[in-house]
Design a protein around this ligand. Structure first.
Ligand code: G3P
Ligand code: MG
Length: 227
């Protein structure tokens, strides 16, 4: 069971309306604004670096087929995971939700790279990993990742996989949640975070229902929602 002290407010790719998404600047702005943590998108380059980028490609070329040097030459703003872990050290107590981007069924070793990086990095107490790819979650568990795992879902039928998966949490899109479905997840011992919450009324409703985490683009909407 994951111990989450209070509902967490997480910046979706940082504070993406103030700075380019998934950059150190965007993360810093989200944390300086007072959010509890960050959601960020993790991928593996061809030479095994964990690069932070949302889309599976950059300028039409897959991230997975490019080296870190090639990527960084094209996108000097793109951080690697180690840089984000280092930045998080400047904000004691901050939480990190690493979303592992992965396209089933094959793996290129991204789960192993993530486990190795986390095991070499700073404290893992306030880190968890989410993924839309159930196979990636199983691989992470088999590799002894040592941090909580959560299934991301934007189709209701995906939730039927939950009993088979080694997850402690679930991240449904907010349109899939109701007070009753949230209570059902919680009764099953799962923590529940949802995305992308950019509306104050919606944020307040979800918090009143008892959601454990809100992931959104606007610190100025998330923070007043919690009051
Ligand atoms: O992790 C929540 C959310 O980021 C999932 O969707 O496409 O924004 O990465 P996406
Ligand atoms: Mg994401």
């Amino acid at each position: 069971m994951v111990q989450i002290p209070h509902p967490l407010l997480l910046g979706h790719r940082g504070s993406p309306r103030q700075a380019r998404e998934n950059t150190l600047e965007s993360y810093r702005l989200a944390l300086q604004a007072g959010l509890d943590g960050l959601e960020l998108d993790v991928q593996r380059t061809h030479d095994g670096v964990l690069a932070i980028h949302h889309d599976f490609d950059l300028q039409g070329q897959p991230i997975a087929t490019q080296t870190w040097a090639e990527l960084r030459a094209k996108a000097p703003w793109m951080p690697r995971l180690e840089e984000v872990l280092e930045l998080s050290q400047e904000f004691p107590g901050c939480w990190l939700n690493l979303e592992l981007k992965s396209q089933p069924p094959e793996t290129d070793g991204r789960e192993q790279a993530l486990v190795a990086t986390l095991h070499q990095g700073p404290s893992l107490e306030q880190v968890w990993i989410s993924s839309f790819d159930p196979l990636a979650l199983i691989r992470l568990k088999n590799l002894g990742v040592g941090v909580p795992l959560a299934l991301l879902a934007h189709q209701p039928e995906v939730l039927e996989l939950l009993p088979c998966l080694p997850v402690q949490g679930v991240h449904p899109h907010h349109t899939m949640l109701s007070e009753a479905s949230l209570a059902n997840f919680k009764a099953r011992g799962l923590f529940v975070s949802t995305w992308t919450v950019n509306d104050l009324t919606l944020a307040k409703t979800l918090l009143a229902w008892g959601v454990d985490g809100l992931i959104g683009d606007f610190p100025e909407i998330l923070l007043p929602a919690r009051g």
